[in-house]
Design a protein around this ligand. Structure first.
Ligand code: CU
Length: 133
């Protein structure tokens, strides 16, 4: 009875395709379409990403948590129309960017290993974490 197994496979593949499709469709589509309500909710909080590029988008740091090697230049790029900053929660003397205007980028270089929480000075609810290794 291989047919049944094959059918199951086909359904699984179809499901995977639809998931990929919906992931791709969201950034392209812009506005919310009448999409299915069976989505698996907002993005999961995975482990911190190893990247030195953080986008600021829809009043969120994306990815919210990043890990960089000590001495790496870390860059925030503002994809919103509102200005933002990335400022250490422990104070500007730990680190802060200048105001990052729409379409602009600002960078800091963190030398000391540790975990740094940061936020936006204009929108304190915008928060992120940098882990320096
Ligand atoms: Cu902001």
């Amino acid at each position: 009875m291989h047919t049944r197994k094959l059918l199951n496979r086909a359904f699984l593949a179809l499901g995977a395709l639809m998931v990929i499709f919906s992931l791709v469709a969201i950034p392209l589509g812009g506005s919310e379409s009448s999409g299915s309500s069976s989505g698996s909710g907002p993005e999961k909080a995975g482990p911190a990403k190893k990247t030195n590029e953080v986008a600021i988008k829809d009043f969120k740091f994306e990815p919210k948590e990043v890990t960089v090697a000590a001495g790496t230049k870390l860059t925030w790029t503002n994809e919103d129309t509102a200005p933002h900053t990335a400022t250490a929660s422990d104070g500007q003397d730990v680190f802060t960017t200048d105001t990052v205007e729409k379409g602009q980028s600002e960078s800091v270089t963190l030398e000391k290993p540790g975990t740094y929480e940061y936020f936006c000075q204009f929108h304190a609810y915008m928060q992120g974490t940098v882990t320096v290794e």
